[in-house]
Unconditional design. Structure first.
Length: 542
């Protein structure tokens, strides 16, 4: 291997142990056997030193600029990927500092890890032993969390964590009871004992947060300089925060206008019925998924290799139900499980279902064209012959592809038979544009939490409590909420430039095959590799 590939391989081996667990499903990573999260103060310092080492080693490799690369373009692109990956680790530890400021971080590194373990189908005794291992180390992880949070924790984030833990005892007991039905008595007793220890630790953690809430520091924006650093060095976006805000506003106006037009067109159409049971929805989705795949091929939009497995629905398991607030309830498989189907777990349908669950229940294609696109893109990218492109770097391209795929399939005619789903697609576009506006304004300090809360409450609309939690969530992970819209905007630009370059010889299916295969690579890099166009890269000094 080259020096670049060697460095990348070493980085990703390190990252498999170091990468913190988050709510998001796209960055999920396969961990070493018997892995446990390590976030003691000394661990954090070791991580920081390792990042400095990676930064120094990156700087020692001479590759030239996009104006005059000194190595082949594909290898030059891979080098930029490693720079982006190390920049993300630096941003997490030294700028965003979730490990020091956000108590929810330690919920993610404990019961959140268990949630991820349980999203993989066919839970058995081996998996339950891994659950027990995490329950056993939960007290020490939370204790280290208190050490890191002392004098650093942000009060708004602490309030969210306190709320998250309001029913943690009941939730862990419900989970462990459901899992106990799967295994023999001895392992069941171990599970119960470990669960009790974890519950006591969470109660102490919640008590500490409550007792120290009034002395915690207020939330402060990361600021324009840090935000722009993230945009340029991690996401590799060719836009400033001001330009991204403009894109969000333009797309908001477009989505609001066309949603209203489509609503007017179908003003006399009533929503279809919701399935009576989750089992009925599972059957509906399986049929729809096959039809969507056939549509891709029939319309020459995207290849569907026979080796590519399926994206399916399954009823929400009883052991996962009490933990579903911890992340996206799905399993998008992984590099070592390419022969497995992907699954999204669905709750029992009913009249009180949240809007998006109801939309997906009525027409399962609404979920297939987004989460199903994630499954296909990741599975295809995990098979990439260039190993460094098998890894997640930034949500811009992943979420951009899935969001782009929604309007792609809408425009291609997939939903011509479903007026209400057409309205849903435009509503999705409206909400993604709104996220851009809120994300940028929170990160740069143009909005505070209260202003963002009222903005969401009025614009979506939604209730105050939900709007406040959304606002705090956006502020806790700047740059993620913009990824849907900004990634899609970049893809549309790439598509336009590719059409212009090939004129009458342009092949839409080949374009999408390339995009999905390289679906972990920021679009600015793909534009350079595919079209020899470095205009975006020059804007970020690459």
């Amino acid at each position: 291997m080259s020096a670049i590939q060697d460095l990348g391989h070493e980085y990703w081996n390190w990252r498999a142990s170091q990468q913190p667990r988050t709510h998001d499903d796209i960055p999920r990573i396969e961990r070493p056997e018997n892995w446990i999260p390590r976030w003691s103060p000394s661990d954090v310092e070791q991580y920081k030193l390792k990042i400095v080492e990676f930064e120094e080693r990156i700087s020692e490799i001479s590759v030239g600029s996009s104006n005059s690369p000194e190595i082949e373009v594909a290898e030059w692109v891979d080098y930029q990927l490693i720079k982006s990956a190390v920049a993300r680790a630096h941003f997490e530890l030294n700028i965003l500092r979730t490990w020091a400021e956000q108590p929810r971080f330690y919920i993610d590194q404990t019961i959140g890890v268990i949630f991820d373990l349980l999203t993989i189908p066919d839970v058995d005794s081996l998996r339950i032993k891994k659950v027990i291992r995490i329950l056993e180390v939960t007290p020490s992880i939370l204790k280290n969390g208190i050490s890191n949070l002392t004098s650093n924790a942000v009060s708004e984030y602490a309030e969210i964590a306190i709320g998250d833990l309001s029913k943690i005892s009941e939730q862990i007991l419900e989970m462990s009871k459901a899992l106990s039905n799967i295994v023999e008595n001895e392992l069941s007793l171990q599970l119960t004992s470990s669960a009790e220890k974890a519950i006591l630790a969470f109660i102490e953690f919640r008590k500490w947060l409550r007792n120290n809430l009034l002395t915690m520091k207020p939330l402060r924006a990361i600021g324009t300089e840090n935000y722009n650093w993230f945009l340029q060095n991690v996401s590799l976006y060719p836009y400033s925060s001001e330009e991204i805000l403009q894109i969000g506003q333009i797309e908001w106006d477009r989505a609001v206008a066309f949603e209203r037009i489509i609503k007017n067109r179908f003003r006399n159409v009533e929503p279809g019925p919701i399935p009576q049971t989750s089992a009925e929805q599972v059957v509906n989705e399986e049929k729809a998924e096959n039809l969507v795949r056939k549509f891709y091929e029939d319309e020459s939009i995207l290849s569907q290799p026979k080796s590519l497995r399926h994206y399916l629905n399954a009823p929400m398991p009883d052991y996962l139900e009490p933990l579903r607030w911890l992340g996206v309830s799905d399993d998008l498989t992984g590099p070592s499980r390419l022969d497995h189907d992907g699954y999204s777990y669905v709750p029992s349908p009913g009249p009180s279902m949240p809007y998006f669950y109801a939309a997906n229940a009525r027409d399962t294609r609404a979920g297939i064209v987004h989460e199903g696109a994630h499954y296909q893109q990741l599975a295809i990218s995990w098979s990439h012959e260039r190993k460094l492109r098998q890894h997640y770097y930034d949500s811009g391209v992943n979420e951009g592809i899935a969001f782009y795929n929604e309007e792609l399939m809408l425009s291609a005619g997939l939903f011509d038979d479903a007026p209400i789903t057409q309205i849903v697609m435009w509503n999705f576009m409206k909400l993604r544009a709104l996220r851009v506006i809120v994300d940028v304004n929170l990160a740069t300090g143009l909005m505070d939490i209260e202003t963002a809360t009222k903005f969401l409450e009025q614009k979506v609309p939604m209730d105050y409590a939900t709007a406040r939690e959304e606002a705090i969530t956006f502020s806790s992970s700047p740059g993620q909420a913009i990824s849907y819209q900004i990634g899609k905007t970049q893809i549309l630009n790439l598509l336009s430039e590719a059409v212009d370059a090939d004129k009458n010889d342009f092949n839409l299916k080949a374009f999408h095959d390339y995009l999905w295969l390289n679906g972990n690579v920021p679009i600015s890099l793909l534009k350079f590799e595919l079209l020899s166009d470095n205009s975006d890269l020059k804007k970020i000094n690459r």
